[in-house]
Design a protein. Structure first.
Lengths: 79, 334
């Protein structure tokens, strides 16, 4: 089963980079939205998460704020 | 039982890990992650030997080096929350028992505390409630989220001034709120700050409350020069008021100074408690620098090694086994 994964990022955010690297290591296909240039994505992210902070990850509608390896592993069923 | 447990994954912890490993100590490494406080830095230009790198690159270098040794076991992400003395009444020398947030308990003969520091919080009403909802501790990460929004940066030192500069491309107005009567940031940065029409410096201001509904909508501060409490309407608050040492979990065992830093003997990294060593930003080291933390970490590891040799020498079993043999070899060769 393939999950629909969207990550909202800013260019200098280290936890965004760590999350993306985690995706690459685990061969997770994801879509990235850079909220520093994409105003619509920024609004979408705030509406989904209720947060003004990056990264925000949307996995099939489930929202994770920050780089949370354990939660990502759980939602992506990587174990 | 481990020979040594290292608590913390910044430069001090990684250096201690490498040296403990090379001394063939059975080592446990407990950390929330590698890289320490520099992890979020997008530009490190003073790590000796490398002209320029990001915090993430530093973290990876440190991690790879520690992971290169098989005798270092790594528990990560895991956080030490307590340390207790083991006293069975029989041992020649007491050991230590480290409890973690995963409810694990690990025992060790020696302990190296390299848990670093964390960002100081304002401790005002609204700060916790609005964290991630307008209150941020990472301007490089979150500045782009405040496009077309009015923000405040709390803190008149280098970190505060740099945060204000990070926000310049995005926020139309930035209040720089400073407790003192003038900014303490380096003159070059202050000059840049004063040149920008977007940045409004408010001196002698004590932040008292962050207000809002779902997100931040304002900030209240006390004008210390006597004009009472004032309120600013804004959408974001960046807190840049320095750091505090992560020493709480060992405070009952070792001496700390008024700032909460562990007091160490700077020749050896020894704390007031035999068997507990410390290094880096969690200690009373004056210069909080990555290079210095790494060096201090080496000192702590070598001292822990010598401590372990000494308690081994004092144990009755060792005396029996080595009777008639030459003294224990202690060559500090690497």
């Amino acid at each position: 089963m393939t999950n629909k994964v969207v990550i909202y990022t800013t260019p200098e955010c280290v936890y965004c980079k760590m999350t993306k690297e985690f995706f690459k290591e685990n061969k997770v296909v994801y879509e990235e939205k850079d909220v520093s240039i994409d105003d619509k994505a920024r609004e979408e992210m705030v509406a989904k998460s209720g947060q003004l902070g990056v990264p925000v990850v949307d996995i099939d509608g489930k929202i994770i704020v920050g780089f949370d390896k354990e939660k990502l592993t759980e939602l992506l069923k990587l174990n | 039982m481990y020979d040594v447990i290292i608590i913390g994954g910044g430069p001090a912890g990684a250096a201690a890990g490498v040296y403990s490993a090379r001394k063939k100590l059975k080592t446990l490494f407990i950390s929330e992650g590698f890289g320490g406080q520099s992890l979020v830095s997008d530009d490190i230009e003073n790590w000796v030997g490398i002209k320029k790198m990001t915090g993430l690159e530093l973290a990876k270098m440190l991690e790879e080096h520690v992971r290169a040794y098989e005798n270092v076991e790594i528990k990560m992400p895991e956080k030490a929350v307590s340390v207790k003395e083991i006293s069975d009444g029989l041992s020649v020398q007491a050991g230590w028992e480290v409890g973690t947030d995963k409810n694990n308990v690990y025992q060790t003969k020696a302990l190296i505390v390299v848990s670093g520091g964390r960002r100081r919080r304002l401790n005002v009403s609204g700060e916790d409630k609005f964290e991630g909802k307008g209150v941020s501790y990472c301007s490089t990460c979150d500045a782009p989220l405040f496009k077309d929004k009015i923000v405040a940066v709390i803190g008149g030192g280098n970190a505060g001034a740099e945060a204000a500069i990070d926000l310049l491309p995005y926020a139309p107005k930035i209040y720089l709120i400073n407790r003192g009567s003038e900014l303490t940031a380096d003159p070059l940065i202050v000059e840049e700050i004063k040149k920008s029409p977007k940045i409004v410096i408010i001196n002698n201001a004590e932040t008292q409350e962050i207000i809002g509904d779902k997100f931040v909508s304002g900030l209240k501060y006390l004008d210390k020069q006597g004009s009472g409490q004032k309120e600013l309407a804004l959408d974001g608050v960046f807190v840049e008021i320095g750091s505090v040492p992560n020493s709480e979990f060992v405070k009952a065992l070792v001496e700390t100074n008024r700032a909460g830093e562990i007091i160490v003997d700077h020749k050896t990294g020894a704390t007031s408690r035999p068997g507990i060593f410390a290094a880096g930003d969690v200690t009373d080291e004056i210069y909080k620098q990555n290079n210095i933390s790494a060096g201090d970490g080496v000192t702590a590891a070598l001292s822990a090694y010598n401590y372990l040799l000494n308690i081994k020498k004092q144990s009755p079993a060792f005396a029996e086994a080595t009777a008639g043999k030459p003294a224990y070899e202690n060559k500090n060769s690497n």
